[in-house]
Design a protein around this ligand. Structure first.
Ligand SMILES: Cc1cc2nc3c(=O)[nH]c(=O)nc-3n(C[C@H](O)[C@H](O)[C@H](O)COP(=O)(O)OP(=O)(O)OC[C@H]3O[C@@H](n4cnc5c(N)ncnc54)[C@H](O)[C@@H]3O)c2cc1C
Length: 501
C-alpha cells in the first residue's frame, strides 16, 4: 500500500495532523496498534459507566480561544459535548501541610481577585504572577496562533518555575495555591520551566471544560473528519520497523506483515520508540540517539476509577487537588511515601443531575515500582492477565490511596459500588507509552536542549508530532499538530486559514 503520508499512532497528535493534512488534499493513512484509536483520549466503560483513561479536563475551549479555534478549523468543535467547570472554582487546591484550601477561578482577573481575598497581604505578588503568566504566554506565537520566531520563546524558556515564585516573593502558602494542580504538568521544584506551568495553567484559567460522555468523542470526531477528507485509519497495525533506504524512510513494516509505503512518515509515538524502529540506526548521529534514548521520563500514575451507588454522592463541578506537603516536592517523596498527592475528577449522573455517578482519582507513582512485571503485557487484544502478586500490589495501592482520600471524602469509599485500578503498566499497554509515564519526556529547565525536540528530524521524510515535541496535554499536542502540518503546507498559509475559519 502506498500513501503520500503515513502517520504512526492515532493519539491526538496523529489524528489531528492527519485531519489537517487530509483537508489540504494529502492522501493520509494512520497506523494504530490498538483496536481503539486515540491513545490517551481513550474512554472505557465498566459497570455501565463511561470513564476517561487519561484526559479529564481541557483548557482554552471557549469561543475565540486557541483550542476552540483549532478544533473549529478541524471541524470537530461543534460536535463535542462539553460542560464548563465552575467559574469560581475549576480546581480546588488542598494543602495537606496546613489543611488550607483554595478555589482557583476561571478568567485571569477573577482568578487574581479571588486569590487576593485569600492572600490580602500578597496582592503585589499575585499581580506580578498574573503579569508574568500573560507575558510568557504572549511569547509563544502558536499559543496565540500567530507567526513568530523561536527567539521570542527563548527569552522566557529558561525561567525556572520555583525561582519565579521566589522572585515575586510569594509566600509558601501562596506558592502552594499557585502550583497545587502541578500534577497537570508533573511539576518539580528543580526542573519545571516556568513556561510549562504558565502555558498549562493559563489555558485552564482562561476556561476549563469536561467532555461529557468521555474524551473518546474527540478521537471519534477526528476520525469522522479524516474519513470525510478521504483519509484512512488502519487499526491493529503495530509498526515494528521503519525501513531505511537511500537515506530516507521507505516503508513502515507492521507485525501483521503488512507494509505501508509513503513519501513522508510522521511519528506520533515516543521519539525513543521511533528511533528503535529504524532499520538502520546509523542514519542518526550517535549523539542525538543517545540524547533521546537517555532523556528522563515524567513520573507515572495510578488511577482509581469508582462507580458510585446512585444518588448518594453530590456532584462537584470542579476537581480536587490534594498535596501531602509541597506540590513541587511531591515527586521527590516517592517511592518512600505513597500517596504524596491526589486529584479527584467527578462525573455527573445524567439521570440524576446534581449527583455524581463516578469519580476517578489520580496519584503519582514511580513507574519503577512495577519493574517486576515489566515483561508482562495485558490489554484487550492480548488479555494475558498478571500474577497474584501484581493484583495484590495493585489492590494494596488502591487501598492505601483510598484510606487517605477517605480522611476528607469518606462518602467516596462508603458509596463505592465497584472499582477498577489502572497502573503505569495499564497505561503502557493501552496507550503505548514507554513505561506508563504521565507526559512523555520530562521537561528540565537545566537541560533545555536535552528535552527539546522539533517536528523535523535529520531524516528528510521523517517528522515527529505529539506530546514529546514542545508541550504535552490536549492543548500542547494540538499546537504541535499545527507545526507538523505547517511542515508540509507552510505556517503562514495554515494560520491564515485557521484564523479566518
Ligand atoms: C493519566 C493521564 C492523565 C492526563 N490528563 C490530562 C488532562 O486531564 N488534560 C489534558 O489536556 N491532558 C492530559 N493528559 C495528557 C494528554 O492526554 C497527552 O499529553 C496527549 O493526549 C498525548 O497525545 P499524543 O498525540 O502525544 O499521543 P498518545 O496519546 O500517546 O498516543 C500514541 C498512540 O500511538 C500508538 N502507538 C504506539 N506505538 C505504536 C506502534 N509501534 N505502531 C502503531 N501505533 C503505535 C498508541 O497505541 C497510541 O494510540 C493526561 C495523560 C495521562 C497519562
Amino acid at each position: 500500500m502506498k500513501h503520500q503520508v503515513v502517520i504512526i499512532g492515532s493519539g491526538l497528535g496523529g489524528l489531528l495532523t492527519a485531519v489537517l493534512l487530509a483537508k489540504e488534499g494529502f492522501d493520509v493513512a494512520v497506523l494504530e496498534q490498538n483496536k481503539q484509536i486515540g491513545g490517551c483520549l481513550q474512554s472505557f466503560s465498566f459497570d455501565k459507566k463511561i470513564f476517561d483513561s487519561a484526559v479529564h479536563y481541557i483548557g482554552s475551549l471557549n469561543e475565540g480561544e486557541v483550542l476552540h479555534r483549532i478544533f473549529n478549523y478541524a471541524g470537530i468543535q461543534q460536535h463535542l459535548q462539553l460542560q464548563r467547570l465552575d467559574m469560581d472554582c475549576f480546581d480546588q487546591i488542598i494543602s495537606g501541610a496546613d489543611d488550607k484550601s483554595y478555589a482557583l477561578a476561571q478568567n485571569l482577573d477573577h482568578f487574581t481577585e479571588q486569590l487576593n481575598s485569600y492572600f490580602p497581604k500578597e496582592q503585589a505578588a499575585i499581580k506580578e504572577y498574573a503579569r508574568l503568566l500573560q507575558y510568557t504566554c504572549d511569547h509563544f506565537p502558536l499559543y496565540n496562533l500567530r507567526m513568530g520566531d523561536a527567539s521570542e520563546k527563548h527569552k522566557v524558556s529558561d525561567w525556572k518555575l520555583s525561582s519565579v515564585l521566589q522572585e515575586i516573593k510569594a509566600s509558601p502558602a501562596l506558592q502552594q495555591a499557585l502550583t497545587g494542580n502541578a500534577i497537570l504538568y508533573a511539576g518539580h521544584h528543580d526542573k519545571t520551566p516556568f513556561y510549562q506551568h504558565a502555558l498549562v495553567s493559563k489555558s485552564y484559567i482562561d476556561s476549563s471544560w469536561r467532555c461529557t460522555g468521555g474524551s473518546g468523542q474527540i478521537s471519534k470526531q477526528l476520525w469522522k473528519q479524516l474519513m470525510a477528507y478521504g483519509g484512512t485509519i488502519y487499526r491493529h497495525e503495530q509498526v515494528k520497523e521503519l525501513m531505511v533506504q537511500n537515506g530516507k524512510i521507505e516503508k513502515a513494516v507492521c507485525t501483521s506483515g503488512a507494509e505501508y509505503l509513503a513519501d513522508h512518515f510522521i511519528s506520533n509515538i515516543a521519539p525513543q520508540q521511533t528511533i528503535a524502529l529504524l532499520s538502520d540506526q546509523a542514519i542518526l548521529k550517535p549523539v542525538f540517539r543517545n540524547r533521546i534514548q537517555q532523556a528522563p521520563l515524567t513520573v507515572g500514575s495510578v488511577m482509581v476509577n469508582i462507580v458510585l451507588q446512585p444518588q448518594q454522592v453530590l456532584y462537584k463541578n470542579y476537581n480536587i487537588n490534594w498535596n501531602k506537603t509541597n506540590s513541587l516536592e511531591a515527586i521527590d517523596l516517592l517511592p518512600q511515601e505513597f500517596p504524596v498527592n491526589y486529584s479527584i475528577y467527578y462525573t455527573e449522573d445524567r439521570q440524576h443531575p446534581g449527583y455524581a455517578e463516578s469519580v476517578s482519582i489520580l496519584s503519582y507513582i514511580n513507574t519503577d515500582a512495577f519493574e517486576a512485571w515489566q515483561d508482562t503485557y495485558n490489554n484487550t487484544l492480548a488479555p494475558s492477565g498478571r500474577d497474584n502478586a501484581y493484583q495484590e500490589f495493585k489492590a494494596s495501592l488502591a487501598d492505601t490511596l483510598m484510606n487517605v482520600v477517605a480522611q476528607r471524602h469518606p462518602e467516596l469509599r462508603q458509596h463505592t459500588k465497584s472499582c477498577k485500578v489502572a497502573t503505569p503498566l495499564s497505561y503502557r499497554d493501552y496507550q503505548g507509552s514507554m513505561k506508563g509515564e504521565l507526559y512523555g519526556i520530562e521537561k528540565d529547565v537545566n537541560m533545555l536542549n536535552q528535552s527539546s525536540l522539533t517536528t523535523k528530524t535529520r531524516i528528510p521524510n521523517l517528522y515527529l508530532t505529539g506530546q514529546n515535541v514542545n508541550l504535552h496535554g490536549v492543548l500542547g499536542v494540538s499546537m504541535t499538530a499545527i507545526s507538523s502540518t505547517a511542515d508540509f503546507v507552510g505556517m503562514e498559509y495554515l494560520l491564515d486559514k485557521i484564523n479566518k475559519a
